[in-house]
Design a protein around this ligand. Structure first.
Ligand SMILES: NCCCCCC(=O)NO
Ligand SMILES: [Zn+2]
Length: 344
């Protein structure tokens, strides 16, 4: 299994985030990717290649053009308005009964229009890193379309919270959604996206919610008590043609492997019934018992079991990295998953 990664993805280097209402040290930091790279090399897991270049076209299949233009132009706009802060935090949003048909001219108004939380600051090189992270996912998808049985897109910044037209949860471009769409456009009739990150993949769900050609499944902490709070309940089944192709498995804080693995089994059974041509896995390792921002109880050796179970589906599988903030253990837990998959 090859890994795709670009050093450009390190250029998004937030210092702070607003989390639980407080300004805290940023969690989604470049060293996350470094730890995974180090582990891959330490165990000689496989070749690590740089992503290919892509036009914005495959990204614009998923995201709105005005949103992508905002992301790519943002830092110029920010500095042109005389803002000197090196990190831009949204702090006002168009929630219920407010208008989103008019995008404000002022940069803070724009920032809020195109985001949903205060935990995802933008910096001078965010766009460069985000675009390369998406190209890492696209390269993995292209390799699958060209016949690879598996690939690991070491995406960072992550993507599964990014919606069509707004960012949040450390995510700007929805890497898994862009990859799934690329696969649909290059021979796959049906694609399953299985999100095993601790947090609900609200962006990926929303993007494919009315579609039958991409099945979305997510095991995550119950949104009644966990970020992103406002999507991810079990009654969200899809809409229109997409009815029954969205499956959420919300679980309580403190969930151990014995419970989590039952949801994994249910998800795998649904994937088998759906018979996709390819599987995209949104691979977050924040289900780990020592993750600083999460409250599931998976142990490092249980990540091997995730990979083994997914391998039993017998599908071409593209792994796309999402969350995981126990930086010291992230490399081990990520590579354990990929090792379990490959050993079958
Ligand atoms: N600052 C709120 C928590 C963001 C969670 C990001 C994540 O890991 N999503 O999968
Ligand atoms: Zn997460």
């Amino acid at each position: 299994m090859k890994t795709i990664f670009s050093p450009d993805q390190m250029l998004h280097a937030p210092q702070f985030e607003v989390s639980d209402g407080k300004l805290e040290p940023a969690k989604e930091i470049p060293s996350r990717a470094q730890m995974v790279l180090d582990r891959l090399k330490a165990v000689q897991f496989g070749e690590i290649i740089e992503p290919r270049s892509f036009s914005l076209d495959p990204i614009l299949k998923i995201h709105a053009s005005d949103y992508i233009e905002f992301l790519s132009d943002f830092w110029r706009l920010w500095t042109e308005e005389g803002r000197t802060e090196q990190e831009a935090f949204p702090f006002v949003w168009p929630v219920r009964q407010l208008r989103t048909d008019i995008v404000p001219d002022q940069i803070d108004g724009k920032l809020g229009h195109y985001s949903f939380d205060a935990g995802t600051p933008m910096g001078p090189h965010t766009w460069t890193a985000v675009r390369r992270s998406a190209e890492t996912a696209l390269t993995g998808a292209a390799m699958m379309a060209e016949g690879a049985r598996s690939a690991f897109a070491l995406c960072r910044p992550p993507g599964h919270h990014a919606h069509k037209s707004f960012f949040g949860g450390y995510c700007f471009i929805n890497n898994a959604a862009v990859a799934a769409q690329y696969l649909r456009d290059h021979g796959a009739k049906r694609v399953s996206v299985f999100d095993v990150d601790y947090h609900h993949g609200n962006g990926t769900q929303a993007i494919f919610y009315d579609r039958a050609d991409v099945q979305f499944l997510s095991i995550h902490a119950d949104p009644k008590v966990e970020f992103p709070y406002y999507l991810g309940h079990a009654d969200e089944k899809g809409v229109g043609e997409g009815e029954e192709f969205n499956l959420n498995y919300p679980l309580p804080h403190g969930t151990p492997w014995e419970v989590w693995s039952r949801a994994l089994e249910e998800g795998c059974a649904s994937i088998e019934a759906y018979k996709p041509d390819v599987l995209v896995v949104s691979l977050g390792m924040d289900t780990f018992e020592k993750d600083p921002i999460s409250q599931f109880k998976l142990k490092s050796e249980e990540f091997n079991l995730i990979g083994e179970r997914l391998a039993k589906l017998g599908l071409p599988t593209l792994f796309i990295m999402e969350g995981g903030y126990a930086v010291e253990d992230l490399g081990v837990n990520c590579v354990n998953t990929l090792t379990g998959f490959r050993q079958r």
